[in-house]
Design a protein around this ligand. Structure first.
Ligand SMILES: Cc1cc2nc3c(=O)[nH]c(=O)nc-3n(C[C@H](O)[C@H](O)[C@H](O)COP(=O)(O)OP(=O)(O)OC[C@H]3O[C@@H](n4cnc5c(N)ncnc54)[C@H](O)[C@@H]3O)c2cc1C
Length: 472
């Protein structure tokens, strides 16, 4: 009997006849190395990750996920699960084993009369926005439209609408989940409540979500939003003012600070291209008039190089950063949560930005809080409700020869800012080399997560993620 060799220590291999049977059972595709679709499925956003699964199942329907999990169990194949493929740690793909690729499952169905959306696990944030904005509605998600809704939701999810409407998980009403045994269950406030609690922040540890049901909110079609660009030389002083303006602003207003070399955008004067700048990116979820009023204190800061705040289509604003975040570059991230932005943190960040290792590297400070902070830390698996700012040191480069210098810079900025951070962090921004941080990040919820993991995945079949080991 000819077998497909597996690289994983436990894999038993699958006979070609068994793969043929799998192919017949599926709506989607089975791909081996060399087949059309194989490279597309295994290639993810972060080019640092280049792994070769033994078998790829490209799912078209929920039944494909069920069949793929059972197949992996029968053949003792390690399981990797891919949504949008954006996770910095690269957990969407493994070497060897079975890759369950959900990216073809992009459906997003809206019922505007009840303000709800049902979204497939391969949808990107852009897919969700397009479907919901047709009705003037939105789910609070993240700021880059090519990110996968699945991984983002399972880790928490925050962006321009988090302060007014909560995190993505705070708007999750129910989910369909394929369990480690290959059974389909529903999780909600009234069904499998422990599972529903755990998937709201606990990542892909508990099962494979095949469908998400979200609460929608009226947003757009235009939002008052845009960028204000300042010389980096003023960053120390301006960030101190930003801290005040951001905290005093209404929940509808969200302001992020980004420090990087200026990209050659048409509204930034040519002499600034390639020089360090501080950019305030802001969005107001409400009327244009109220947005204009709320943004006035921000607009009065310093002497900007450019100010392009104004009405923009919400879907366009959600994709505004896409050109700077395209897939295919080498990337490494370091993240901290801050309850307040101390002077010491501002000094450490600006000192780091003065030494940017490349033209695509940046530090951003995302403003969170608002509705997100009014949810109890134990209401969902995501416990870090006291953070008001999330920092991401994002180093990004093209040439592998720059790996060590780029990574070293991110680690230095992370270390210098550590004394001012909460000690927790956002699991979706954590790179692959910090497994010891996971327990700290989940803090008071960690033991409960391990108990839920024991119930739903006692053998840790779903372990290619920011892993939470089942309680013994
Ligand atoms: C450019 C960029 C911008 C970002 N901006 C934001 C932002 O504004 N806000 C924010 O909150 N986050 C942001 N993120 C982080 C993002 O939330 C995470 O990277 C998230 O994991 C991406 O989800 P994905 O489905 O694309 O990732 P994948 O890499 O496909 O999956 C991530 C993890 O989830 C698991 N998984 C995926 N789908 C499922 C499923 N259906 N069931 C069970 N497990 C599953 C995978 O196995 C993997 O462990 C950004 C990331 C990038 C690269």
């Amino acid at each position: 009997m000819t077998e497909i060799q597996t690289h994983t220590a436990t894999g038993k291999g699958a006979a070609l006849s068994e793969l043929a049977a799998l192919r017949i059972d599926l709506h989607g595709q089975v791909c081996l190395q060399g087949d059309a679709g194989y490279d597309e499925a295994r290639t993810i956003w972060n080019a640092m990750v280049d792994r070769l699964p033994d078998i790829v199942v490209r799912c078209a329907e929920t039944s494909d996920i069920v069949r793929a999990v059972r197949f992996a169990n029968e053949h003792e194949l390690a399981i990797a699960v891919r949504g949008g493929g954006h996770n910095i740690a690269g957990n969407a793909v493994g070497d060897g084993g079975l890759l369950i690729d959900l990216s073809p499952m992009k459906s997003a169905r809206v019922d505007a009369t009840v303000g709800r959306a049902w979204v497939g696990p391969g949808a990107t944030l852009g897919d969700v926005d397009k479907a919901t904005q047709a009705y003037g509605l939105a789910v609070p998600t993240g700021i880059n439209s090519t990110t996968g809704i699945a991984g983002l939701t399972l880790g928490g999810g925050f962006g321009w609408l988090t302060r007014p409407f909560g995190m993505t998980i705070d708007n999750l009403l129910s989910a369909e989940v394929v369990t480690a045994k290959g059974e389909l269950v529903r999780a909600s406030a009234t069904e499998n409540e422990d599972l529903f609690w755990a998937i709201r922040g606990g990542g892909g540890n508990f099962g494979i979500v095949s469908s998400f049901e979200f609460q929608l909110h009226p947003v757009g079609p235009e939002v008052f939003s845009g960028l204000i660009v300042h010389p980096f030389a003023q960053a120390g002083e301006l960030l101190r003012e930003y801290r005040r303006v951001a905290i005093e602003g209404p929940d509808e207003l969200t302001i992020w600070a980004v420090m990087r070399k200026a990209p050659p955008l048409p509204f930034i004067p040519g002499e600034w291209h390639g020089r360090e700048v501080l950019i305030f990116a802001a969005c107001y979820a409400g009327s244009m008039e109220d947005g204009e009023k709320a943004a006035t204190p921000l607009r009065q800061l310093g002497k900007p190089i450019a100010d392009v705040l104004g009405p923009h289509p919400f879907t366009g604003w959600q994709a505004a950063f896409d050109p700077l975040l395209t897939p295919g570059a080498r990337n490494y991230w370091k993240t901290h949560d801050f309850a307040t932005l101390d002077d010491g943190a501002i000094d450490a960040i600006t000192e780091g930005v003065a030494r940017l290792p490349g033209p695509e590297c940046e530090v951003f400070i995302a403003q969170v809080g608002g509705a997100m902070s009014r949810v109890r830390p134990d209401a969902t698996a995501y416990p870090v409700r006291n953070a008001h700012f999330v920092m991401n040191v994002h180093t990004r480069w093209r040439d592998a020869a720059q790996d060590s210098a780029s990574i070293a810079w991110a680690r230095e900025v992370f270390k210098a800012t550590e004394p001012f951070a909460t000690g927790a962090g956002y699991v979706n921004f954590v790179p692959a080399d910090e497994p010891e941080r996971i327990e700290k990040i989940y803090g008071p919820n960690y033991q409960r997560l391990r108990e839920v993991k024991r119930r739903w995945d006692p053998e840790n079949r779903f372990r290619l993620n920011q892993n939470i080991a089942p309680l013994n």
